[in-house]
Design a protein around this ligand. Sequence first.
Ligand SMILES: [Zn+2]
Length: 453
Amino acid sequence: MKIFNTLSGQKEEFSPTGGEVKMYVCGVTVYDVCHFGHALSYVTFDVMRRYLEYRGCKVKYVQNFTDIDDKIINRAKERGVPWRELVEKYIGKFFTDIDALNIKRATIYPRATESIGKMHEVIQGLMDKGHAYRSDDGSVYFRVKSFPRYGQLTHQDPEEMRNKITMLTEDKEDPLDFALWKAAKPGEPFWPSPWGDGRPGWHIECTAMSMQHLGQTLDIHGGGQDLIFPHHENEIAQSECFSGVHPFVRIWIHNGFLQLGSDKMSKSLGNLVTIKQALERNSSDAIRMFIMSSYYRMPLRYSLEALDAAENGIERLRQAFKAEGKNDGEAVDAEPFKARFIDAMDDDFNAPQALAAVFDLVREINRGAEKGMNIQGAQNMLRELSVALGLTLQQTKKLTSDEESKIEALIARRNEHRKAKEWKKADEIRDELAGMGIAIEDTSRGTVWKTTR
Ligand SMILES: [Zn+2]
């Protein structure tokens, strides 16, 4: 199969057979709930991971938590809560969100603060080789000039990058140098180190955690395009200088931005839709399909119409499982659709093309059912391909607690009318519920209800 490598700027052959795929994806800084941009990134890498597994790979998937950072410290101060409490709260919410999106859990979720020892080892190694230096205040910086390949991922000449930086605010030899260890500031959390009390810089965290759990060379390293510079450029510099092994990463994969209108979706623009809010409106299957309907390296335009279209698409898949053919009829041949699916996904995870093959299979199943053909094998294939993309096809739309209360209230009112033998009014409420996609049934245990879409 071929995967686009940001490092080389082209699609490269990647052999998914044999052994384990070591995959690392940069995780969240846990100071707030996750928004749709996180869903985009983590669903994208989940689809890739699932597909590699579908093709027979064993994937060791590591995704970190940045659990110490300026944002965490500031948010904890604002709220007057201990920073560790804030971190635990948002790690809990992160898992709720990704489970709801049917994102497979990573093999390991290391936390930065649990890898301080490994960071010290890497920083010391870099200092020993002249790749890092301690400043007067007790911070440690990486010496960019000591690494000739710097700029390879960003595809920029370090000299040009340097010219763009006009202010040298910190105690650095070179504007491009970056902090590996930040000297402690009063009132902030710190850890002891050979260079003085302090806390790790952001970039060193991912180098330490990926090396600790996956070794010196990773097969795949993923993240959003906003992480290419400086985060991933710096990860390469630190890792390769420390280990002496090139490349640190065989294939760098970066997903495109989420756009709302024409803006990149970020909290600073206020374009915030949390994953929880998105799941109140649409099923996780629909959200996944919406994300997959756009090629992962392109920007994804957030649109409610497109989410609704994805919801309809999911419903078409569900209906195809309910279609009935004739077991003694001629069998629908699903193999060409599987071949198209694999060709598409093998070509840099082209999920939109893969989905097109899936929907053509749906059409073939429905046509086969009409003609009285045997569609069981084709339905099994449809299930296989759907599962490979992480679709459950079982869940119906989740209701918000407000919607649930409204339904309960309507049912209570209907039961009042029934007691009073006001059948017409009771039936009107039943119709109103049906219009909301709610079916009710009067049983000996009372009235029960379920969603129909
Ligand atoms: Zn990272």
